[in-house]
Design a protein around this ligand. Sequence first.
Ligand code: ADP
Ligand code: NI
Length: 217
Amino acid sequence: MTNTDIISKTITFVKQQLANAEGGHDWFHIERVYKNALLIAREEKCDLQIVQLAALLHDIADSKFHNGDETIGPETARNFLESKNIAPETISHIINIIENISFKGGNFDKNFHSVELDIVQDADRLDAIGAIGIARAFNYGGFKNRALYDPEIAPNTNMSVEEYKRSQAPTINHFYEKLLLLKDKMNTQTGKQIAQQRHQFMQNFLSQFYAEWEGEK
Ligand code: ADP
Ligand code: NI
């Protein structure tokens, strides 16, 4: 099979896996991350096939919908790749990327590093900021029935992952707790540049939001 065949079979597989996914992690999230990853990869010396497959397979089973089980996604990805006769080293590399990108806890190699991981992680983070990031945040907040904003509830960046998940904090707080911190976590030069613009857009959004909240003209 050529790489083009493998990629198109992977796209079909991922679309099928995500047929009933929620709005923040649906096929279109994957498609955007895939495009971001290709954009960044153009400027980096990397194995393009690994970047492509890891981007496509990075969110195929959201642990939120599998009783917090973080092993299902990587397992499903591994089974798929094995059925396509991909080299074992390539498969392990892709699984390492998937595990390192999404997981908060769990038993995996947190010391794993590669330029391909850097690229896909940046691509995923870019989809959490800017206009799309804002849309995803309010979509998530609506799903959780959270307030848009409450001037009395201050953001808290010191919560544990568990506390954070349980928190019913308003969606605006999420900007200070996570989204505005992402630009300084970017790995690649291209990722940093794009993040800078999207960060500025979120800041403009917040200024406008507060002005409107106060009833300014
Ligand atoms: P990821 O898959 O990137 O690790 P999550 O599953 O935590 O991210 O979140 C998916 C989307 O929902 C992201 O765009 C993220 O910003 C948004 N989101 C996550 N937690 C919150 C929250 N507490 N308030 C608003 N949006 C959130
Ligand atoms: Ni993702």
